[in-house]
Design a protein around this ligand. Structure first.
Ligand code: PMV
Length: 308
């Protein structure tokens, strides 16, 4: 049965600002989704209708991949849904990969492009950082202008994203899932409205872009004190943009005493926070005590791969 797997992701700096074309840094993580497909008499995902809202990305992906006849689809994912850890991107990329394997058209760059278009279609507005991270693995830097070794580039209107691999030192991040799932589309739209209404918000978006580049340099230099301070500032700016949530603030406050820095990761409005810490067990314990679900994650070099 043709199948593919793809990793989840953690945005380290720059979420939301990247939708406006600012730099962002993410890393693939060692939680993966797997999608299996085989021809069938009707369209089914995990035995259910593809029209169920939770299969919106799967449905859009099989349409995009041009599956010639109905499929039986199975989704197995270790990435908690609605957690900000890139579950929808990993499932989208795996579905595209599995259908392309079935058709003999597996091609990584085309999968990255199609996955970005699927996210755009389902979410309304999006950047290609999640889908590129799920496709290419490793640490990904999105930039408004291309640098040497660019993986691929996408544009939408007046925004351009040039996606690059970057090397980060091995780091164990502690993620805390609030248990509150918030869809990305409305949060992205909310930030757009704020930026249109409030000139100051535009400067916050630009500051997040600058923080991303400083943050990358700090992480690469293993200057975790500086990287942590930048994460804390990035978090404050995301709160100012209106994508914070009381459940996030609780976990951020709980993780802070044992961490270099803590911020929300992904779209916010609930979802997850990420802590940079050299005491991962203590930070995870503090997150649990504050009512969150901790995950210790490490960088994952592998992007989309065929299974079997
Ligand atoms: O929470 P997620 O995995 O949907 O991450 C969204 C990241 C945003 O920057 C908010 C949106 C995007 O498309 O880049």
């Amino acid at each position: 049965m043709p199948a593919c797997s793809a990793p989840g992701k953690l945005i380290l700096f720059g979420e939301h600002a990247v939708v406006f074309g600012q730099p962002a840094l993410s890393t693939a993580i060692d939680l993966r989704a797997e999608v299996y497909v085989r021809p069938h008499t009707e369209w089914l995902a995990d035995g259910q209708s593809l029209d169920a809202p939770r299969y919106a990305y799967v449905k859009a992906a099989v349409e995009k991949a041009g599956a010639p006849r109905p499929l039986w689809i199975e989704v197995r994912s270790a990435i908690p849904e609605g957690s900000g850890l890139g579950s929808s991107a990993a499932v989208t990329v795996s579905t595209l990969g599995a259908v392309r394997r079935m058709r003999g058209t597996f091609e990584v760059r085309a999968i990255a492009r199609d996955a970005f278009e699927v996210e755009l279609g389902v979410q309304g507005r999006a950047s290609p950082i999640d889908t590129t991270t799920a496709t290419a693995g490793g640490a990904i830097l999105a930039l408004p202008t291309p640098e040497k070794g660019v993986l691929w580039s996408f544009e939408r209107g007046d925004r351009q994203w040039h996606l690059h691999h970057r090397l980060l030192p091995p780091i164990t991040f502690v993620v805390g899932f609030t248990g509150v799932s918030a869809p990305t589309g409305p949060l992205v739209a909310k930030v757009r409205e704020l930026v249109d209404a409030k000139p100051e918000a535009r400067s916050w978006i630009e500051e997040i872009g600058a923080i991303t580049l400083d943050g990358l340099r700090a992480l690469q230099a293993k200057d975790f004190v500086a990287a942590g301070e930048l994460m804390t500032r990035n978090h404050a700016l995301l709160n100012a943009l209106g994508v914070g949530h009381p459940s996030l603030d609780r976990l951020v406050a709980a993780a802070r005493p044992t961490s270099y820095g803590v911020k929300l990761t992904g779209a916010g409005g609930g979802g997850s926070m990420v802590a940079l810490t050299d005491r991962p067990e203590a930070t995870a314990k503090a997150i649990t005590a504050a009512g969150g679900r901790p995950f210790l994650v490490t960088a994952e070099p592998k992007g989309v791969v065929g299974l079997g």
